[in-house]
Design a protein around this ligand. Structure first.
Ligand SMILES: [Zn+2]
Length: 239
């Protein structure tokens, strides 16, 4: 068998490499609900430069004899090591999650500027979600800079997260303007860590602390006897 390779981002080499394929799982089926075929691949292999073990996924974008002349597959997105970040809180809006995912893909594709735009978009969506009520969300615009200041003023974020947010805004602005200077992968990766930390703090940690507090309260509540709860039953007086 000829040695197959797949192009994937190596997080150690910080570059696209042709990983030596050691194995592959593939699944194709027709999704009745969506009314279209689905094809997925999971690759495992090693980086030819640093020997890091890497796993990546790809999905089919074109199907022979269905919508395309031949089968076509998307770029491979790395899922190991350093899989895309996941969050526990159900309160995080979809726009935030999608922007983060797009940002991660952009870094893997070597598009640091696009990644910064996505991280700024994620933070902007957080500002809207936290600061605007449901009616305002459909009508009011919220600029990123204004949102960050308000998060700080309302004590949703502390000084350090505020500083990180301002860096995110600055890089988002550089990335969004055509005359802006290029952004390095290192910077984009740092900003990714910052935006993850901010979102984790605002949603996941807040949820977790709330659950913790509820348990404390439940524990402190004095045990109530059945008699107290249903009205006391007086024992018969004995003479
Ligand atoms: Zn490598």
């Amino acid at each position: 068998m000829a040695n197959n390779t797949f192009i994937v981002d190596c997080p150690i080499c910080k570059a696209k490499v042709a990983a030596e394929e050691a194995g592959r799982a593939e699944r194709s089926y027709f999704d009745d609900e969506a009314g279209e075929p689905v094809g997925r691949r999971l690759y495992v292999g090693k980086c030819p430069r640093c020997s890091t073990m890497i796993a990546g996924t790809s999905h089919q974008t074109g199907f022979e004899n269905y919508d395309s002349e031949y089968d076509q597959w998307s770029d491979v997105v790395r899922v190991y090591p350093q899989p895309p970040k996941t969050f526990a809180s159900y309160r995080i809006p979809n726009t935030v999650k999608q922007s983060l995912l797009e940002g991660d893909k952009s870094i893997q594709a070597g598009a640091s500027m696009a990644a910064c735009v996505m991280f700024g978009r994620a933070l902007e969506a957080v500002c809207r979600d936290i600061l605007l009520d449901s009616k305002e969300k459909t009508t009011k615009r919220m600029m990123l800079g204004e949102g960050i200041k308000e998060l700080k003023a309302k004590n949703v974020i502390d000084q350090r997260l505020f500083d990180w947010s301002q860096q995110l805004q600055a890089f988002r602005n550089i990335a969004a303007h055509p005359e802006g200077t290029p952004i390095s992968r290192e910077d984009a990766e740092d900003l990714q860590v910052f935006v993850h930390a901010i979102i984790e703090y605002i949603y996941d940690l807040a949820d977790r602390y709330e659950e913790f507090k509820q348990r404390q309260i439940a524990r402190k509540r004095p045990r109530v006897s059945a008699a107290e709860m249903f009205g006391s039953i007086k024992p018969k007086e004995s003479k």
